[in-house]
Design a protein around this ligand. Structure first.
Ligand SMILES: NC(=O)c1ccc[n+]([C@@H]2O[C@H](COP(=O)([O-])OP(=O)(O)OC[C@H]3O[C@@H](n4cnc5c(N)ncnc54)[C@H](O)[C@@H]3O)[C@@H](O)[C@H]2O)c1
Length: 307
C-alpha cells in the first residue's frame, strides 16, 4: 500500500534542521525529493532523491514541484544579514516555493518561519499565534513576508500552508534564554509530522517550541494540529544557571521574544550575539544558588503558557 503522500519536496535538506526531518518525511511519502544549494548528504534514504538547486531561481524550483503533494520549505540563510544578501535565499525562494507549488497543484507548504517574525513583542505580553507581526530584523521581515505569502495564496488560490515559528532548535538548550525558547529535535519531528499529516489546515501558524515551563507564547489556537511537545528545557536549568551571569531585567534582549536579535543593528549577525550568550562564562565570585531562578524577572519564571 502506498504511503500517505505520493511526493514531498524538502528544501534546505542539508541544513541542521533539514537533516533532522528527512527520515520523518520519507516515512510519510512514496518519494522524498531533497533539495539544497549545498552538496548532497553522504547517504540517501531508500525513497529519497537529491537535487542540487538554488531555490532563489524560479526555473530551478518549478520542475521540482511536479507531482508533489507537499512542499516543506526550510531553505534560507538562518541569520540576520544585509537585506540584499537575504533577498534571494529568504524572500525570493519563498515566492518560488509557493508559486511553483501552485502551478503544479501542491496542496500545502510547510514553512520554517521563526520567532523573529514577532521578535519585538515582549515576553511579558504572552502572545498567541494571532499576534501582529513584529519583525526584529530583515531576517524576521523575510519570515513575515513568507507568512503573508502563505496567507495570500490561501485566500486567492486555496493553497494551504502551515508556518512553524521555530524558536531555538538544538540538540540540547544552549543558554538561559533557551529555557524559554528551546525546541528539541524530537518535538520538531513531531511538529513537522503533524503539519504534513493534518487533513486540512488552511492557513495556520504554530509556535515551534517544546513544552518548556518558561515558555512565553501559547499555541492554544493551533491546537487543531495536534502538536503535543514532550520535551522541557527545564531539565537543563540547573546546569545552565551554574556560572551564568545575572540577568539584567532592563536589557531589551532579555525583555523581547527575539532575544539579542531585538537589539542588534540591522544587517548584523544575531546568531553571533546568541552564541556569545552561550559561551562558557568565567567562574562567578559567589557560587550560584539553586533557587537563583526566583531572582529573575517574572517573565523568565512564567509557568504553563505552553499547552
Ligand atoms: N535552527 C533554528 O533554531 C531555527 C529557528 C528558527 C527558524 N529556523 C529556520 O529553519 C530553516 C532551517 O534552519 P537551519 O538551522 O537548518 O539552517 P541551516 O543553515 O543549517 O540550513 C539551511 C539550508 O538551506 C540551504 N540554502 C540556503 N540558501 C539556499 C538556496 N538559495 N537554495 C537552496 N538551498 C539553500 C543551505 O545550504 C542549508 O543547507 C531556516 O529557514 C531557518 O530560518 C531555524
Amino acid at each position: 500500500m502506498g504511503k500517505l503522500h505520493k511526493k514531498i519536496v524538502l528544501t534546505g535538506a542539508c541544513g541542521s534542521l533539514g537533516m533532522e526531518i528527512r527520515a520523518t518525511l520519507a516515512a510519510l511519502a512514496d518519494e522524498l525529493v531533497s533539495v539544497d544549494i549545498a552538496d548532497a548528504p553522504e547517504t540517501l534514504l531508500a525513497n529519497e532523491t537529491f537535487v542540487k538547486a538554488d531555490c532563489a531561481n524560479f526555473d530551478e524550483v518549478l520542475p521540482l514541484m511536479e507531482g508533489a503533494n507537499m512542499a516543506v520549505h526550510f531553505a534560507s540563510i538562518p541569520d540576520e544579514r544585509p537585506f540584499e544578501t537575504l533577498l534571494g535565499p529568504n524572500f525570493l525562494s519563498s515566492y518560488n516555493a509557493w508559486e511553483a507549488g501552485h502551478r503544479h497543484g501542491v496542496q500545502r507548504v510547510i514553512y520554517a518561519s521563526s520567532v523573529h517574525a514577532v521578535g519585538m513583542h515582549e515576553n511579558s505580553a504572552g502572545i498567541d499565534v494571532d499576534a501582529d507581526h513584529a519583525p526584529d530584523t530583515f531576517y524576521g521581515l523575510a519570515k513575515c513576508f513568507s507568512e503573508d505569502l502563505g496567507k495570500l495564496y490561501w485566500a486567492k488560490r486555496g493553497m494551504e500552508s502551515v508556518h512553524l515559528r521555530i524558536f531555538s532548535c538544538t540538540k540540547v538548550p544552549q543558554n538561559l534564554r533557551a529555557l524559554r525558547t528551546w525546541l528539541s529535535f524530537d518535538d520538531l519531528r513531531h511538529l513537522v509530522e503533524r503539519a504534513v499529516t493534518a487533513t486540512t489546515t488552511g492557513f495556520a501558524v504554530v509556535y515551534g517550541i517544546s513544552n518548556n515551563d518558561r515558555a512565553t507564547v501559547n499555541n492554544v489556537k493551533a491546537a487543531f494540529l495536534g502538536y503535543k511537545p514532550k520535551d522541557n528545557a527545564e531539565n537543563w536549568a540547573e546546569s545552565l544557571f551554574a556560572g551564568a551571569p545575572p540577568a539584567d531585567p532592563s536589557d531589551r534582549a532579555q525583555l523581547c521574544i527575539g532575544g539579542p536579535f531585538a537589539t542588534i543593528p540591522l544587517g548584523e549577525s544575531g546568531v553571533a550575539a546568541i552564541n556569545a550568550m552561550s559561551a562558557p562564562t568565567p567562574e562567578p565570585a559567589t557560587a550560584p544558588q539553586p533557587d537563583d531562578a526566583k531572582k529573575l524577572p517574572s517573565f523568565l519564571t512564567k509557568k504553563g503558557m505552553n499547552p
